[in-house]
Write a protein that binds this ligand. Structure first.
Ligand code: ATP
Ligand code: MG
Ligand code: MG
Length: 353
């Protein structure tokens, strides 16, 4: 059998390792934290920092192909790995996704529409940008943001202070996005193999609470035209990046049917967790197939469903959820349930097709 290396040891790495095992692969994770979710299921765990050259070289020697489960793997590390073994998706794709300005630029250059945005280096830039957007916008740090962290919303009301807003995200390089008045948010999980074949799962409708994904529902309430626009954009993105693996792409849908790309993740995506319950081949297996050179699997949905994230204290509901018919539960093996921490998820089958 072959061995797959995974940089990062969170829940996504855990579920990738589980899918890899089902296909007969061994997995080795590289993750500084000893008791991480993926360590409980991977075959080996190299405990080291993501930029530890010796550890990276060791991982590359031991594996046949390497991937990652989060987008903040240092690009230099991906390049070190790439010199020794195949790394999918590429370091270049990783790089584009790590910085919201390069991400938006890439999307726009690929002909994918986003909300208006301006790059922010200092308070003066922010004041000018807010003026340009009628006082309304979302300020986001360019790098390292997730679950709505590193963001400040300006609603155009009196008393909002650009200075304070910039300080609140740590006065780091940022982007101001024009505020989108969306009717809903949707996402696409798409996969591309080395030969360039692309498969997409059905579009998902997502609801966020406090900046964190709460639920993903399939089918969506939007028209098939709107869903088609999102799937086309995902295809353009994957082709533009010469991407290999699974990616998740988020969109805003406007009342007039316009679809604006929000961001993409160069990895399996929380809004694709439902695929393990409602498709023959989950996004996790699909990613393993794509990077291991196996044929991409069937993405058709055999059931309608709703995925709910179990965040923080939600985990206490598990004993009740386990009594439900048609509930597919996945827990991440995290010992401590801190507020805002993703502990697991449940996908409820609402209808068999
Ligand atoms: P993730 O955990 O998905 O990576 P993130 O921290 O990268 O999240 P975004 O996806 O950029 O953050 O934003 C989080 C949520 O905030 C969005 O799903 C959306 O609900 C809202 N949001 C973000 N940008 C805008 C915008 N320009 N206009 C209106 N709402 C927005
Ligand atoms: Mg994000
Ligand atoms: Mg997001």
């Amino acid at each position: 059998g072959s061995t797959i290396g995974i940089v990062g040891g969170g829940q996504l790495g855990r579920m990738l390792a589980m899918a890899a095992a089902r296909l007969g692969y061994k997995t080795i994770i590289l993750e500084p934290q000893e008791n991480c979710p993926a360590a409980q299921v991977a075959n080996e765990h190299i405990v080291a920092a993501y930029d530890d050259r010796n550890a990276l070289e060791q991982l590359a020697e031991l594996c046949d192909v390497i991937t990652y489960e989060f987008e903040n793997v240092p690009v230099d590390s991906a390049e070190i790995l790439s010199e020794i073994k195949s790394v999918f998706p590429s370091a270049a794709a990783l790089k584009v996704s790590q910085d919201r300005v390069s991400e938006k630029r890439f999307l726009n250059n690929a002909g994918i529409q986003t909300t208006q945005w301006l790059s922010i280096e200092n308070e003066g830039d922010l004041e000018a940008a807010l003026l340009a957007f009628g006082g309304k916008g979302i300020l986001k740090s360019r790098r390292f943001g997730y679950d709505g962290k590193g963001q400040v919303r300006f609603s155009g009301k009196k008393g909002e202070d650009a200075k304070k807003g910039f300080a609140a995200i740590g006065s780091v390089p940022a982007i101001l996005e024009a505020l989108v008045d969306f009717v809903c948010e949707i996402s696409v999980i798409a996969a591309r193999d080395e030969a360039g074949n692309i498969k997409t799962y059905d579009i998902t409708e997502n609801v966020h609470k406090n900046g964190i994904l709460a639920t993903s529902t399939v089918p969506v309430s939007v028209s098939s035209t709107v869903a088609g626009l999102a799937a086309d954009a995902a295809r353009k993105l994957l082709e533009g990046l010469d991407y290999v693996g699974v990616a998740g792409m988020e969109f805003f849908v406007l009342a007039n049917g316009t679809v604006l790309a929000n961001e993409f993740a160069p990895r399996v995506h929380n809004s694709g967790h439902w695929t393990e319950a409602a498709c023959a081949v989950s996004q996790f297996e699909q990613h393993i197939r794509a990077i291991a050179g196996l044929p991409l699997g069937d993405t058709r949905r055999h059931s309608d469903c709703v995925m709910e994230n179990l965040i923080g204290d939600d985990i206490a509901k598990v004993s009740e959820i386990l009594k439900e018919t048609g509930a597919v539960v996945q827990l991440y093996g995290k010992a401590e349930a801190r507020p805002g921490r993703k502990m697991g998820h449940v996908t409820r089958i609402t209808k068999r097709l």
